[in-house]
Design a protein around this ligand. Structure first.
Ligand SMILES: [Zn+2]
Length: 246
């Protein structure tokens, strides 16, 4: 079983932002422990007496308006965001998936729907590829896990529709029913998905590649081609990001 943890970054309604991002990673069930342990250890480093009080939320760490981040200097806070992203260095069988939607290019389409449909389709292709690589012997199922607070209703409805009609590009055979919604405070892995989404948002919204560079090699890829990154836009025909070059 593979779980795809997703979170969003950027606001659909905020006109000052050009981008909406839905992103995260999929992980094989046996590797979940290693990611969680890495992040729990990092939380213990920050707050040895109460590591559970630490919630990794990239934009809050960066802003530093609340404790424990408030007492830290900015370089220290940036270091923590980067340390969270380095969790992928301890986990094999993980792949990052991300969709960055330039909202202005799709004025009549809900960017949440667009990104979710795109990522469902990519996850399905990923599971299909594993099945064919195993000589059609090992059929892995996939489940999508989302932060409870992010668009619960519209995404849940969408997921039900996908089961019935498939996405625009392909039918979903390997992904289990509706997504699972969990509280980010209780899940280190949703917190990690939050950092992935933040990295992608910073890359496209602000041209800041400091976080993106840490995870760039972890996108789902096959035979040298990156399949895990989608840049939905048509205003920049010469974009050289891996999502457009593909
Ligand atoms: Zn691009």
């Amino acid at each position: 079983m593979y779980s795809l943890y997703l979170d969003d970054s950027g606001s659909v309604a905020n006109k000052d932002e050009d981008y909406f991002v839905l992103a995260g990673f999929c992980v094989f069930e046996h590797r979940v422990y290693y990611l969680r342990k890495y992040l729990d250890d990092l939380a213990t480093e920050i707050n040895p007496s109460n590591p559970n009080a630490i919630e990794f939320h990239a934009s809050e760490i960066y802003a530093g308006t609340e404790e424990p981040w408030k007492s830290m200097k900015k370089p220290e806070r940036i270091k923590i965001i980067k340390k969270v992203l380095r969790a992928f260095e301890v986990a094999y069988n993980t792949a990052i998936f991300a969709c960055a939607v330039h909202k202005g290019c799709f004025p009549s389409i809900d960017p949440v729907e667009l990104a979710f449909e795109d990522l469902c389709s990519r996850f399905e292709i990923f599971l299909d590829r594993l099945y064919h690589q195993s000589g059609k012997k090992d059929s892995q199922r996939g489940i999508i896990v989302l932060d409870k607070t992010s668009y619960e209703t519209s995404l849940q409805k969408l997921a039900i529709d996908f089961r019935q009609i498939g996405t625009k590009w392909r039918t979903l055979n390997n992904i289990i029913e509706v997504p699972m919604f969990i509280d980010s405070r209780a899940s280190r892995l949703i917190q990690l998905a939050d950092h992935v989404a933040y990295s992608i948002f910073r890359r496209y919204q602000a041209g800041d590649i400091n976080y993106y560079n840490i995870i760039e090699s972890k996108f789902d890829s096959h035979e040298g081609k990156i399949h895990g990154l989608s840049h939905k836009q048509y205003y920049k025909t010469n974009c050289t990001c891996p999502g457009c070059l593909r």
